[in-house]
Design a binder for this molecule. Sequence first.
Ligand code: PLP
Length: 401
Amino acid sequence: MTKVITYGTYDMLHRGHIRLLQRAKAMGDYLIVGVTAEAFDRARGKLNVKQSTMDRVMAVKALGIADQIIIEEYEGQKIDDILRYDVDIFGVGSGLDALTLSVRALGIGAGDEVIVPANTYIATVLAITANGATPVFVEPDDCFTLDAARIEAAITPKTKAIMVVHLYGQAAKMDDICRIAKAHGLRLIEDCAQSHGAKFGDTMTGAFGDAGCFSFYPTKNLGAFGDAGAVVTDDAELAKTLRMLRNYGSEKKYHNKILGVNSRLDELQAALLHTKLGHLADLIAERERIAAAYLSGIQNPAIRLPKQRENANHVWHQFVIETEDRDSFQQYLAGHGIQTVIHYPIPPHLAECYHYLGHKEGDYPVAERMAKSVLSLPMFNGMKEEEVRYVIETVNGYEKA
Ligand SMILES: Cc1ncc(COP(=O)(O)O)c(C=O)c1O
């Protein structure tokens, strides 16, 4: 058995590298491969380095060079974790572009229906309608994500996909949703704009669907200094189409095969995100500490605390409570110097731009109730302990009018 033991940092998998590995296989022996930090630094500017590692490992696998690959650690990340996902990830200009281009790349357009939660941010829905397809809203469950139990009733012969949103940083019920998508032959697109690092079971959000769409807008848990997004997919055909779509519809310069757009991830943003990615786990841990303090400290019968899904972690992009007299509660907090935000006050089916879909108030009562009752308490990296305490004390001091 050939064992390929890799370590350290690498340049791209190039032909010479593959030949070396093939020779190792012929010798039936171990091969230890590594490159210097200088080569790594040269590559760093040009590549998404993690991806290049995966490319290389996948090529090694595909070529049947190694029966077993032993790679220990890569930039502090257990390589096993990287290898579990045979994925392609590439940047686009924004989260909305990631979603819109994914819908387009899946061939979804006029006459098609896409199932989408009724309580999401408008961008999720815009990605569907921008392609001429029709959003079919489904109510959320009590974790604010697509209610799996209501999906099947919304499926028609025109349904092509389910667009799931891991809203506020918590995964939707992905076991049921994946099962339904598979049973009905539907494509699955994940809106991971708010869920970087969130898992369902052992699997990261973004790794369940045909396409996982990320936003790196500055306020996101992993935020750039400007607009940025990415798509992750394990479908090689889809990846190829998406790469063309984001680049004027061309694979080769001036050879425009399909109608594309310009949706680049700016390199400065990419460099920044690459560095910040290494801190994501710490940023999430800090949010978890704030959330834990809120969950144990807030005790007010007028306030409903967010529910946590079993078998999933929450990365707390937002800490969203519900209360019946939301507007006066928000004013009370503002009066005490605490700024809060409503995510989101108007459900997409009632947005002015979607009047043409013919929905009316009362069509999606769960989403409509949420739009009237949700409030996001302060939750940000760098929040001081005394600030968290002050929020808790002030919330507990609120008396319903
Ligand atoms: C759930 C959701 N989907 C999509 C988007 C769109 O991302 P972007 O602002 O990067 O276009 C956002 C963020 O704004 C979002 O919160």
